[in-house]
Design a protein around this ligand. Structure first.
Ligand code: NCD
Ligand code: ZN
Length: 345
């Protein structure tokens, strides 16, 4: 039995840090585990310009604990009126690593998102030319489409057209939740990849709805049927370079999760690596973990892999029921459960 695993230091290719006190509370959890993270721009107001991203990056860096190496990689929130020149300048100045497409009203703080994907085609053309990665929240928002079908529908309505019109654009299909998305990404060329969250590897939609409504298992895109979860597990542990780690850690205080209209988002940053590792162990794929966590992401983004390493050891860790964030309760992913691995040291 394997009892320790040493891998290059992993990166998180999709998460939410928020801002202000919450940000200062959550950044240390991520910086403990990951060398870099792609930071989502869905603040209120969103991070839409190079100037805003530069300031936000400075605030994040100020929240990294002393002695910890961590680099936030910033994203530009695309809107109907994004200036391609500002985005290109931000990318060439090293401020932006990617740009994020939120369909308007798809998820938390996405009211300013893109109302019609074709409206940003001039921006996508520029991104393709300049090699700027497009991160996509792939869900349609139409009321007549069932929430469980919104990802698959997005592929047919928008993803295929984006890829066909911009064949050299690098696209990350974010936090995929369906076998449809796995199949789509596998059919595309090497310029199309996907991130997978720990929660979508662990739970199906029953975890949200059986035995009472479970707000801490609710995120967007919502967990789907078991067949989809199994397809995601197969993809993540396949060794394919197209799939990599993106936690989508999305902190919301307990008070706004446990309420009549609870926020979407799962706060998985505190035990993210431990959570993923449980899946790879269950699938008998510990040998594939480093590629998923530490190698595939940098290769896709054209960045160097980490020169640092971390060691994971088979020691049980108990996840608390609750954590304190700025004097308020927040419920972590796996609350109250025991995980089999922890980060050594
Ligand atoms: C995210 C958030 O809260 O910002 N929520 C979520 O359920 N994942 C937004 C997002 O990534 O969709
Ligand atoms: Zn997200």
């Amino acid at each position: 039995m394997t009892n320790t695993l040493t891998i290059r230091r992993p990166d998180d290719w999709h998460l939410h840090f928020r801002d202000g006190d919450i940000m200062r509370g959550v950044v240390p959890y991520t910086a403990r585990q990951f060398g870099r993270a792609i930071v989502m721009p869905n603040l209120s107001p969103p991070v839409t310009t190079t100037a805003l991203a530069r300031e936000y990056r400075d605030r994040i860096i100020a929240a990294v604990p002393d002695g910890v190496e961590f680099t936030p990689l910033m994203t530009c929130y695309l809107t109907d009126t994004t200036d391609p020149d500002d985005l290109a300048m931000g990318a060439s100045d090293g401020v932006f690593t990617a740009a994020k497409l939120y369909p308007a009203n798809a998820t938390t703080n996405s009211a300013h998102g893109v109302s019609d994907v074709e409206k940003i085609y001039p921006v996508l053309k520029r991104m393709e030319a300049d090699g700027i990665v497009l991160c996509v929240h792939g869900e349609v928002t139409d009321n007549d489409i069932d929430v469980f079908d919104r990802e698959a529908e997005f592929i047919d309505r928008h993803m295929r057209a984006i890829i066909a019109n911009f064949p050299n654009l690098k696209v990350v299909f974010e936090h995929i939740t369906t076998s449809d998305a796995v199949d789509f990404v596998n059919e595309c060329g090497s310029n199309v990849a996907a991130t997978i969250t720990p929660q979508h590897l662990h739970i199906n939609r029953n975890a949200m709805l059986v035995g009472g409504i479970q707000p801490h298992n609710y995120c967007l895109p919502v967990a789907k049927r078991e067949t989809h979860r199994l397809a995601l597990r197969a993809a993540a542990t396949s060794g394919s370079a197209k799939f990599f780690l993106g936690t989508d850690s999305a902190p919301h205080l307990r008070s706004v999760k446990e309420t009549s209209c609870g926020c979407a988002g799962i706060f998985n940053a505190p035990f993210a690596i431990e959570s993923y590792l449980a899946v790879f162990e269950e699938e008998g794929a510990l040998d594939k973990f480093e590629a998923f966590a530490s190698l595939n992401g940098p290769a896709f983004y054209g960045l160097a892999v980490s020169e640092e390493s971390i060691t994971l050891e088979r020691v049980a860790v108990h996840v608390p029921d609750m954590l304190d964030l700025t004097g308020e309760d927040i419920v972590p992913w796996h609350a109250g459960q025991t995980l089999n691995w922890r980060i050594a040291g």
